[in-house]
Design a protein around this ligand. Structure first.
Ligand code: SF4
Ligand code: SF4
Length: 556
């Protein structure tokens, strides 16, 4: 179906459809979903990686030793150049240096380190309770300036997503939170339903969209109740309860569930008139516009049986994971794994000194009994279970073979980039093949190759442009020389003509009637020959005087 055709479709807001594949892992959202969100004591230091989102990092605005207020901007970034970062509390900039970050590799990235002073002293806030009096472009700037990235996990800058919008059929708000263990959005909806609805109204105003579909999985009855009450009789927001199945919160899967339509491969929801935001993002937008507070903290689920105190916390961005564990009565096992994210899409942290960033929704510390470590990978038995589980209708085993063979061209043809890395295939694989690991590696490699190709293409274009310029300059130079030579020739001819004219005007040089009159050129040549002959004779006389004398005698 073409995009245009898709846009013409009248999406029924009542569809609770179906998406292919999916799995039903144990939910294990208790006790996190039933405990109020806790506030934590301040850590000794906050580590803020300069880049916490998809896109480039901003320019650092602070210096080591500088005192900063809560909410003060630490980095600067324009609408198309990433996101700014703010001080989550007041304190002193202790360092600007490379620190390990929340990534499976644990590789260091540039980070701003703050030592909190305990005063939690706010800087300037620009609250805007009457946002409808303001231009939409200004609201987009404010969302951007607040440093808000999609809090559902992708981390795409929210203002950029809102700014790119085309006319919308529906604004979809994702409160599904389908991954086992994680209950951050669930608790946020239970405790801040009114704030979320206020944030949705701002998003509606910015996107000029009358129809909102707010989706929640049916395993969150308290959140459903709170959100239903907050919506009240607002006819523009429809609450949609979706059946519990993993990964129903995936962007394309939720769209299929709610509208019955698929986002075509390689396209965005926007291409079929839809835009999706997470409930946490709606909450952050409300704090940014109505209260003038940038994104400084987020709800993080702390769970797993190695933690005695499980639940959700308000974690300041930059809080070291070790601090969260220390605050949760952590009793590690011998070979304790700490997973950032859930058991399906998360990754094991190499160290716990990495910080909470904008996309951190869960820290999972399971016991070995609760969540056994992956066993060694066995050979694929071609059972096809992975393909049945794949919500993106891919062929996971084939993708894995191609990834192992580094056949990147075929991987792209087999829609590797439609893989949402949900882990459903690996979850059902009897051979315990870490399929997602292969896809992530292959995607990184494909992106790398594309980057290198783009660089080489740029270099080629630069080289060709230089060659063209040199060639052009050479042509111009030759043309200049040709013209100069012509000029010279012309001048010589004119001078010769003048001389000839002068010669013929002298009376002694007038040619006798009937004899051929020598030209100026032949006269000059004759004179030159005569001069040369005379010179030769003089030279010969000088070199052999006897010969000359005898010649004279012979002559006498
Ligand atoms: S589930 Fe595992 S063993 Fe079965 S086909 Fe897929 S990769 Fe092979
Ligand atoms: S990780 Fe990718 S290939 Fe595996 S089930 Fe999910 S979408 Fe399909």
């Amino acid at each position: 179906m073409s995009d245009l055709q898709a846009n013409k479709h009248d999406f029924s807001a009542n569809v609770i459809g179906h998406f292919p594949g999916g799995v039903h892992p144990p939910e294990r959202k208790q006790p996190a979903s039933s405990q109020p969100i806790r506030k934590l004591k301040l850590p000794q230091e906050l580590i803020l990686p300069v880049r916490q989102h998809i896109g480039p990092s901003g320019k650092v605005l602070v210096k080591v030793g500088e005192r900063v207020d809560k909410g003060q901007r630490l980095t600067e970034a324009g609408l198309s150049q990433g996101l700014p970062l703010h001080a989550p509390t007041s304190g002193t900039i202790a360092a600007i240096e490379e620190r390990p970050t929340a990534h499976a590799s644990g590789l260091p990235e540039q980070a701003i380190v703050i030592h909190p002073d305990g005063e939690d002293r706010w800087g300037n806030k620009h609250a805007l309770p009457d946002y409808r009096d303001v231009e939409i472009s200004r609201l987009l700037e404010l969302v951007q300036e607040a440093g808000i990235a999609g809090l559902g996990g992708a981390g795409f800058p929210t203002a950029q997503k809102l700014a790119q919008q085309k006319p919308l059929k529906h604004l979809i708000i994702n409160g599904v939170e389908c991954e086992p263990y994680i209950a951050a959005d669930d608790r946020l909806m239970q405790e801040h339903a009114d704030d979320i609805i206020a944030g949705i109204s701002i998003l509606q105003y910015i996107t000029r969209c009358d129809s909102v579909l707010l989706a929640i999985e049916d395993n969150k009855p308290e959140a459903i109740k709170a959100i239903a009450e907050a919506i009240g009789d607002n006819p523009q927001i429809q609450l949609k309860i979706v059946p519990t199945k993993y990964p129903s919160g995936g962007e394309k899967q939720l769209i299929e569930l709610l509208t019955g339509h698929q986002v075509p491969s390689g396209k965005l929801p926007m291409d079929i008139g839809l835009l999706m935001q997470n409930v946490g993002t709606a909450y952050a937008v409300k704090r940014a516009i109505i209260h003038g507070e940038p994104l400084l903290e987020r709800v993080v689920t702390l769970t797993g049986e190695s933690l005695k105190q499980r639940g959700n916390v308000w974690a300041l961005l930059g809080t070291p994971i070790q601090h969260l564990l220390d605050e949760s009565d952590f009793t590690p096992e011998k070979k304790q794994r700490i997973i950032m994210g859930g058991p399906m899409m998360g990754f094991t942290l190499p160290i716990t000194e990495v910080p909470v960033i904008k996309t951190t929704n869960c820290v999972l510390a399971p016991t070995e009994k609760e969540l056994p470590s992956p066993r060694p990978e066995l050979a694929c038995i071609r059972c096809g279970a992975c393909a049945d589980a794949c919500p993106a209708t891919l062929q996971p085993q084939q993708l894995q073979w191609l990834a192992k063979a580094k056949d990147y061209e075929s991987l792209e043809k087999h829609n590797l980039f439609d893989c949402i890395e949900c882990g459903a295939c690996a979850y059902v694989c009897p051979s315990e093949i870490p399929l997602v690991h292969y896809y992530r590696k292959a995607k990184a490699e494909v992106r790398n190759i594309a980057r290198e190709k783009a660089k080489a293409e740029q270099a080629r274009k630069r080289f060709e442009a230089r060659q063209e310029r040199l060639e052009r300059e050479k042509e111009e130079r030759l043309e200049r020389h040709r013209k100069a030579a012509e000029e010279r020739k012309k001048m010589q001819q004119e001078m010769q003509q003048e001389a000839q004219q002068k010669n013929s005007d002298e009376p002694g040089n007038k040619a006798e009637e009937g004899t051929e009159k020598p030209t100026g050129k032949s006269a000059a040549v004759a004179a030159a020959i005569a001069r040369a002959k005379a010179k030769k004779a003089a030279q010969a006389a000088k070199e052999s005087p006897e010969e000359s004398n005898s010649a004279k005698g012979n002559e006498s």
